[in-house]
Design a protein around this ligand. Sequence first.
Ligand code: UGA
Length: 431
Amino acid sequence: MNKARECIGVVGIGYVGLVTATCLAELGNTVVCMDIDVEKIALLKKGGVPIYEPGLAELIGKNNGRMTFTTALEDVLRQCEIVFIAVDTPPTSTGDADLSRVFAVVSALPGLSSSHHVLVMKSTLPVGTGMKISVELARQEMNNIDYVSNPEFLREGSAIGDFLNPDRIIIGSREAAASHKVASLYRQISAPVLETGIPTAEMIKYASNAFLATKISFINEIANVCEEIGADVTEVARGMGYDKRIGSHFLNAGIGFGGSCFPKDVAALKQIAGNSGYHFQLLTAVIEVNELQKRRVVNKLKKHLGSLTDKTITLLGLAFKPNTNDLREASSIVLASRLLGDGAYVKAYDPVAIPDAARAVRGVLLCDDTLSAVEDSDAVVLVTEWEEFARLPLAEMKKRMRQHLIIDGRNFLDPAEVKSAGFTYEGIGRS
Ligand code: UGA
């Protein structure tokens, strides 16, 4: 294989940054990883991995000869021409993205290096921001820095595969040479490469996430109608998905989307549109449907149990989706606080996210396994479709639970099996 041999800097070693850095090392590059978080860098230097992502620790171990870790931006600029930026851009209270971390890096550059650099933006920036940065660099006569937008399309839980086998690579720049240079980093990867302008690249990222979120809210509304008319949304989705124009992905009805990306990006795109004078009606509905979807689970519980005061409800799964310990915007957090607000006791178990959950969900009794979580419980809500929940110990659960109700928030269980074990089963949009 024709291995790349660049020295590449990655600034911001969060989820996207660490996966990007590791995969760039796997492609044969030397990678200098920089983060201002002293503890995180110390952990990485010792061989630790600060996040849970399948295959990541192994890939870092395999490539550790090509990866170094630092807290000094100077170290990156001294060694690397190409510098990826992957700092986070959390939402502010107004729904805008907080860009302070991005600007902290960009504004530090002039004082630190006079060599040529290609700045590759992985962080998701509001459409138009990259162009502003590019113009500002030119205005300050920082001709040694070229700006490239290279949005990421990584899914947590399958990020390494998504990086090394992507559906597409999007590169936005005003400088053809810089654009080609970034494209060449991906030459060992077989995927369509779209070289375009900066705002277009930024919009592709937002539009993609907003479209996927729209698909989820759409199928969730279909599920809600299915419940009323006695149809089964899982079959409906399968039937729809055979149409190649629709596709079968992202048609799993459930208790709503969460995570660090969809909620933030949908809100940000709505805000970007609003700031430019356009009211994005569809996205308003997508967000609202997603909120309501979590409340419907509480109504399902009340339908079977009556008042939730002093009832014990068990949440199986806390992470916003399987194969991650990420709890950001997880449906479990909203659900837990609603249940606590209704006077219920809430117990929970997650195969990976329990250590992080102690901070994220207050008032919930966190358990070490499924059976201790369901002890004396009136109902179970399956929130995250972890593989281990596909084989629930139903007979033993039945003995330990006070009442025998399972709400399958991800349509993950076999209704016939659950019912034959003596439980009342309710999914989402399943007749
Ligand atoms: C998402 C996108 O899928 C990535 O392409 C993108 O790069 C990433 O955001 C990002 O912007 O960084 P991710 O947030 O990791 O990736 O997770 P997804 O697998 O997309 O799931 C998001 C949420 O939608 C989860 O809560 C999941 O349970 C929910 N979902 C997904 C459904 O409710 N139904 C579905 O059919 C699919």
